[in-house]
Design a protein around this ligand. Structure first.
Ligand code: ASP
Length: 604
């Protein structure tokens, strides 16, 4: 991806006339001064070639007896890879048979007259220039030696794209009247559903700040203060058990606006995403598809369905009710449903392959996966001999189809069906890698009910407004309320989410009570600064936040968030390069009034 530096002169400094990757055929004849890293070098005995690298690209330097003094030739022959050199010479056209079409500078080279090693490099711990097909070093090694890893053109391009996406975000939002406003990093806990990172206060012994899980409350306060439209490219911190695609500190595009409804946020978000995708060279639909949360769960078993392929889940309970099949009959009478997926072509899978799918479903919590296959007009599977004509026509299997059913409560069946669906699509190669299926998932439930205790937890966060129709219709059944919350999903990945907020302090206080914070004094202690603000006159407001790292990852075709974050943490939440976290000297802890006591009984 070319960097957009309109004026090449911008890169000129006191030490160089040009950046390496920007020289072209029209520069032939010019004397240039350059600086960069020795990417590769080849000594052909009397003739030395160096590929010089800087962030703009690679350029071939040629050293030869006809034009390089002997000391320059000797220095070039001896300089180690990754050393930093300054050189001066003349741009010449390469012979036709030596043109390298893979290099932007491949039509030229610089015949060097003088060279100076200004930053000699120790032997690199990992190769920056990799030969075609050469195996990548382990990620652990790459992260440990990040100063070398980040020199690789691939990672440089990812970070350049990241920069451009940030600038495109700023441009788009500024053009739409949004103010870029900062919020504190040392703050009070913001409930986004994760654990807080705590920072001890030295001046207030025994007291702690929390790092923000998001700027949520502050951005609402900006609306209460009348700033009308806010955005921030905000760093957020969540202390979670890490999964492969999470980082404990991450960046989000955080947005809030006043006097708006859901449609306003939808239009803004579609425009912003369109601008970001355009920045990376893709045109996308101006409007995204829409689906309710209820439909997403019903037909895909998850709240971020991948619409690039079918394999929709259907409810076959009414068919199974007519069958004399003990397993499903007992599940149905216990209140479960029988739902399933019909997989065209799945009939060709071996028993072992279907067993593997069942193992996947079981790992998601269901007791089993009921299979039914139709080959050459005949049915096969435990259910086969119980089928009736009505059931056969209801399933409507074609030859070669495999039907997979789950008999369980939705809460358990959904994740199992979701996994099975994804795995079937992968096996059958149904995922169109070029498709971009953007989707709004709307009308999330307000609360999630703990099946054992009945306790309610916020699905989005406690500041989300419940759907007013549901509050009116089921005033005493909050577990049935939908929220004015929405997510943006692309191909099965959540890009962002947000909600319309509660702007009535009485409703907000009731939300806290439903979430188990009934005590008014406790509400004031934890959220007084928001409640006070709401009581001071709050406009209707709402917003959204997008995972910026994930967007940068998708648009740079990286496979890991760590490839679009300069200094990321490992999945074990460590930074291998700087070496964090670390134990700190006893004296530093004493100053903070902290004594370390490890939960496993060891002394810190
Ligand atoms: N604060 C939410 C989050 O970080 C986003 C929002 O509601 O705007 O996920």
């Amino acid at each position: 991806m070319p960097e957009s530096i309109a004026d090449r002169q911008v890169m000129a400094t006191s030490l160089r006339t040009d950046a390496c990757g920007q020289l072209r055929r029209e520069d032939v004849g010019r004397t240039v001064r350059l600086g960069g890293w020795v990417h590769r070098s080849r000594d052909l005995g009397g003739l030395v070639f160096i590929d010089l690298r800087d962030r703009t690209g690679l350029l071939q330097l040629a050293f030869g007896p006809g034009w390089s003094p002997s000391d320059a030739l000797a220095t070039a022959a001896a300089v180690g890879v990754e050393s930093v050199i300054l050189g001066e010479g003349e741009v010449v056209a390469r012979e036709a048979d030596r043109v390298n079409p893979d290099m932007l500078t491949g039509e030229i080279e610089v015949r060097v007259r003088s060279i100076r090693i200004v930053g000699p490099a120790a032997t690199p711990a990992l190769p920056v220039a990799r030969a075609r097909g050469e195996k990548a070093p382990s990620e652990e090694l790459r992260l440990r030696h990040r100063y070398l890893d980040l020199r690789r053109p691939e990672l440089q391009q990812n970070l350049v794209l990241r920069h451009r996406l940030m600038q495109a975000t700023r441009r788009y939002l500024c053009d739409h009247g949004y103010l870029e406003l900062e919020t504190p990093i040392l703050t009070k806990p913001t409930p986004e559903g994760a654990r807080d990172y705590l920072v001890p206060s030295r001046v207030h012994p025994g007291e702690f700040y929390a790092l923000p899980q998001s700027p949520q409350i502050y951005k609402q306060l900006f609306m209460i203060c009348g700033f009308d439209r806010y955005f921030q490219i905000a760093r957020c911190f969540r202390d979670e058990d890490l999964r492969a695609d999470r980082q404990p500190e991450f960046t989000q595009i955080d947005i809030e606006a006043s006097f708006i409804e859901r449609e306003d946020i939808a239009t803004l978000a579609e425009g912003l995403i369109g601008a970001l995708w355009r920045e990376a060279g893709h045109e996308i639909p101006a409007q995204f598809e829409r689906m309710t949360y209820a439909d997403a769960m019903e037909y895909y078993g998850c709240d971020r369905p991948d619409l690039r392929y079918g394999l929709r889940v259907a409810d076959y309970s009414s068919v199974f009710r007519t069958l004399d099949f003990a397993v499903t009959t007992s599940a149905l009478s216990a209140g479960a449903r029988v739902r399933g997926i019909i997989v065209p072509g799945g009939g060709a899978w071996s028993r072992k392959q279907v067993d593997e799918l069942e193992a996947l479903a079981k790992s998601a919590g269901v007791g089993g996966l009921l299979r039914l296959r139709k080959t050459d007009g005949a049915y096969d599977g435990p259910l086969a001999k119980y089928l009736t004509d009505e059931a056969r026509s209801a399933f409507a299997l074609n030859d070669g189809d495999l039907a997979l059913f789950v008999a369980a409560a939705d809460r358990v069946a959904n994740p199992a069906l979701d996994r099975v669906r994804q795995e079937c699509a992968r096996r059958l190669d149904l995922v169109d890698e070029n498709a971009q299926r953007f989707l709004w998932v709307m009308d999330f439930p307000m609360f999630e009910e703990d099946p054992a205790t009945g306790a309610l937890a916020a699905v989005h966060h406690p500041f989300t407004a419940p759907h007013p129709d549901d509050m009116r219709e089921f005033p005493d059944a909050p577990a049935r309320w939908r929220a004015l919350a929405y997510d943006v999903v692309l191909n099965g990945t959540e890009l962002g989410g947000g909600s319309i907020r509660t702007s009535d302090p009485a409703v907000q206080s009731r939300m806290f009570a439903l979430l188990g914070i009934g005590d008014v004094a406790e509400q004031e202690r934890r959220f007084g600064f928001l409640l006070e603000g709401l009581r001071a006159g709050a406009p209707p407001h709402g917003g959204i936040a997008f995972g910026f790292d994930r967007i940068a990852m998708l648009l740079s075709h990286a496979t890991s968030l760590r490839d679009v974050i300069a200094f990321p943490k490992t999945t074990a939440a460590r930074s291998l390069f700087e070496g964090a976290p670390v134990a700190v000297p006893e004296a530093d802890l004493a100053e903070l009034n902290i004594a370390v006591r490890l939960n496993d009984g060891r002394k810190g």
